[in-house]
Design a binder for this molecule. Structure first.
Ligand SMILES: [Zn+2]
Length: 391
């Protein structure tokens, strides 16, 4: 009696009787039956506990005590004395038609949240990769409502025959909203058009991409478009790098020694330099006027980015533009043009705290998922995996 109760406690199933437990190699075999009870006939609704026959079903369960677990369930088939219907008894721990317990399914789904390969997670659950994948395919994610703030970006996912996938996040509540199969405007337009609550979106954060801006204006007519700050700064850093490389090339071996660690030193903010570093920076700037101008332009732009609000930023950006006019730095022309073209959206970014920073972080995590969970070419599965890991 005691033995029976403890076993039931240990394996955690209710209303079962364990008849035999055996350990063989890697496996723990648990032979058990449900307790006999009245069942309602699924056809006529009358009660019966008349047994027609038995069948033993093998069911995989979560590992216990370091062993894979196999349940041998002696299943009863009841028969209804009124209408002669035959039916199997209820087994609450088994989902319909499954040879795997509900809790093992739960465990498998949970392991899909970790960034591991399907092979290793199916191995530890003692199911085949196909079974694990089939179980995972039951998971579906979808957004029902759009948040107040949306960040839109893209990443190289190489899924479903498309190089780039689009990612939507809610930077305010730090949530991944969705992954879209591509970044084509017409598909994005179709996607967003489905949402009835589009007018609730107040801000859309994007990088300086023309098609995204056009799309955002079309599908979110009431939203303010915000240029992603990091992206703006990056443009200046790139332009500066181009000047540095061009200037560095001009000098002979002899003088190139001045440019030791130049990239790191020149990209550092001047107020963060140690006296030694400041001296080295000064000696680099002394031999190239263009480098000095680019250095000034870059640092002045950091000051623009430090503006407290759009009003201050507008003044600072105008000053920066004047500075640019006075210099001969074609490398900065693209920046200048982008800043003119995106002025409104850039200035908006000074009045709200929203950037694509959160999204960029997620994109890095996606890279790790891709590296570890190889073989997700199917887009739906790829999307679900990302949303499942980030949920
Ligand atoms: Zn019946």
């Amino acid at each position: 009696m005691l033995y029976k109760d403890y076993t039931q406690e240990l394996i955690g199933f209710k209303d079962v009787t364990v008849t035999f437990v055996e350990r063989k190699e890697n496996y723990l075999h648990i032979h058990m039956m449900m307790n006999r009870k009245l069942h309602k006939c699924p056809r006529c609704g009358k009660d019966t506990n008349k047994i027609h026959d038995y069948r033993t079903q093998r069911i995989k369960d979560i590992s216990s005590f370091g062993h894979y677990t196999l349940i041998h369930l002696r299943k009863r088939r009841y028969v209804c004395p009124y209408c002669n219907k035959r039916f199997y008894e209820e087994t609450p721990f088994l989902p319909r038609y499954q040879r795997i317990t509900s809790r093992l399914i739960g465990k498998i789904l949970n392991s899909f949240r970790k960034v591991t390969s399907i092979k290793s997670l199916s191995n530890s659950a003692n199911v085949s990769p196909t079974t694990a994948t089939r179980i995972f395919d039951h998971i579906k994610y979808s957004i029902v409502t759009l948040p107040r703030v949306i960040s839109m970006d893209e990443f190289r996912g190489n899924a479903g025959g498309e190089k780039f996938q689009c990612i939507l996040t809610d930077p305010e509540n730090k949530k991944v909203l969705d992954i879209l199969p591509n970044r084509k405007s017409e598909d994005l337009y179709k996607y967003f058009s489905k949402f009835k609550d589009r007018h609730n979106v107040k801000y859309v954060v994007i990088d300086m991409s023309g098609p995204y801006r056009y799309l955002a204006k079309t599908v979110f007519p009431r939203a303010q478009i915000v240029a992603d700050k990091y992206h703006v700064v990056r443009q200046v850093a790139w332009a500066f790098e181009n000047v540095r490389k061009a200037e560095q090339k001009k000098f002979h071996e002899q003088r190139r020694k001045y440019f030791k660690r130049s990239r790191k030193l020149l990209l550092k903010r001047p107020d963060k330099l140690t006296p030694d570093e400041a001296f080295q920076v000064e000696s680099m700037l002394r031999i190239s006027e263009r480098l000095r101008q680019a250095y000034v332009l870059k640092n002045e732009f950091y000051k623009v980015m430090d503006s407290k609000n759009s009003y201050e930023a507008k003044k600072n950006l105008a000053r920066w533009n004047m500075l640019f006019y006075g210099y001969n730095l074609p490398e900065f022309y693209d920046c200048f043009r982008a800043f003119t073209n995106w002025k409104k959206e850039i200035l908006n970014s000074f009045d709200v705290p929203y950037t694509n920073g959160y999204t960029e972080g997620i994109n890095n995590k996606i890279k790790v998922i891709k590296r570890n969970a190889y073989g997700i070419r199917n887009f739906e599965r790829f999307r679900n995996r990302i949303l499942h890991v980030m949920a």
